[in-house]
Design a protein. Structure first.
Length: 148
């Protein structure tokens, strides 16, 4: 039996480096991830924290499991807001970036360690607008994703 997972692949007109930065730099994630700021030093075993904008409210947490720039990123993930959320199990989020011809990159997202089909559908509903925004951001030529 296969473990329940949300899996999404898309080809993007961008470079692996630009996409990598969009996934790992909190100044950039805020631009497409509904003002979510991701922070980590990205060393395996280090914490990953998501914050609301410039604030100190931690919305989600996890631990880096794999960091191989600019091709593979994986971390555990748990939403921290809401009653009982911080007591729930961690899931896992993995991004694989595969360079393609013509300044294109295939992004494969796997969000697994889920409890069942209902949770898969919940994450599908959550990830879809984020991934749509990510596509628009990295393909727009917006130089904010490539400069500090």
């Amino acid at each position: 039996m296969t473990e329940p997972a949300f899996v999404h692949e898309m080809d993007l007109r961008t470079t692996p480096e630009r996409l990598w930065r969009a996934l790992t730099d909190g100044r950039v994630t805020r631009r497409y991830w509904f003002d979510r700021r991701i922070e980590s030093n990205w060393t395996p075993g280090s914490p990953v924290r998501f914050y609301d904008g410039d604030g100190d409210t931690v919305t989600d947490t996890g631990v880096v499991t794999v960091h191989e720039p600019p091709r593979l990123l994986s971390y555990t993930f748990r939403h921290e807001l809401g009653e009982g959320a911080a007591d729930g199990p961690y899931t896992r989020v993995s991004f694989t970036l595969m360079p393609l011809a013509g300044d294109r990159v295939r992004l494969r997202l796997v969000h697994d360690r889920l409890s069942g089909p209902d949770e898969v559908e919940g994450w599908r509903a959550g990830w879809t607008p984020i991934l749509d925004n990510l596509r628009e951001f990295v393909e727009s030529g917006d130089k904010a994703g490539t400069t500090g």
